[in-house]
Design a protein around this ligand. Structure first.
Ligand SMILES: C[S@@+](CC[C@H](N)C(=O)[O-])C[C@H]1O[C@@H](n2cnc3c(N)ncnc32)[C@H](O)[C@@H]1O
Length: 210
């Protein structure tokens, strides 16, 4: 699951995010987003996947400090949430934040270790640091395979778009072609795939329903 053959690459990305939460705490900036509004707008897109309004299970890969769990609490009841993150500090923060909630649990890891009805992944394909395009796309697709295997009803993820303004693009970030990813998901995972690229951010969201 590591982005390259170098064992340190995911550890470097974990360290990048650990620095963010150390600097900004449990805020949108602490997981490297610009602000709370865009963080919530992403959750709004991803949770369009959820068609069961009660009694579902959900994996959150790249959960950060658990902001999605807070979002879900305001909209759904009776669900089981499992958050996974490669940053130990993110997981510690999430565990403390939701210590009183039996329906949330947090785990260190780069892939879900159990199946759920739904899986969402917000922001895990953006920061690639020094990884080449070739290496990162291989990692991207391998991770999607793992998500697919552990999602019974479907999954959703977002990624920065190759339709971003050139002058604003950064080498350490990865921008993928949404049409190619749509085609990849449609050919590989399900006939029921939605591409959302209409919510005003330099990114897109894909929903895969099984
Ligand atoms: C941009 S932040 C978003 C956090 C959270 N999803 C949110 O929107 O508030 C991405 C998070 O994913 C984690 N991450 C990156 N790649 C990951 C992977 N392969 N598996 C698990 N966590 C990952 C990072 O440590 C970071 O906490």
């Amino acid at each position: 699951m590591s982005p390259t053959d170098s064992a340190s690459s995911l550890a470097d990305i974990a360290a990048y995010y650990t620095q963010k939460i150390a600097a900004h705490g449990e805020t949108a900036q602490g997981v490297d987003w610009n602000g709370a509004d865009s963080q919530s707008l992403r959750f709004e897109q991803l949770t369009k996947l959820i068609t069961r309004t009660t009694g579902f299970t959900i994996n959150d890969l790249g959960c950060g400090y658990g902001a999605l769990f807070d979002y879900l609490l305001t909209r759904y009841d009776n669900f089981q949430y499992r958050g996974y993150d490669i940053s130990t500090e993110m997981i510690s923060a999430a565990q403390m934040r939701h210590a009183k909630h039996d329906d949330a649990s947090y785990w260190i890891g780069a892939r879900p270790d159990g199946a759920a009805d739904y899986t969402v992944a917000s922001g895990i394909f953006n920061v690639r640091l020094e990884q080449s395009d070739e290496s990162w796309i291989r990692y991207f697709k391998t991770t999607l395979d793992a998500i697919n295997e552990t999602s019974t009803l479907g999954f959703a993820f977002n990624c920065l778009t190759s339709y971003s303004d050139r002058e604003r693009m950064r080498q350490y970030l990865y921008y993928s072609n949404p049409c190619e990813m749509f085609d990849f998901c449609k050919q590989r995972y399900s006939r029921n795939v939605a591409l959302l690229h209409d919510y005003g951010l330099y990114e897109y969201t894909i929903l895969v329903r099984k």
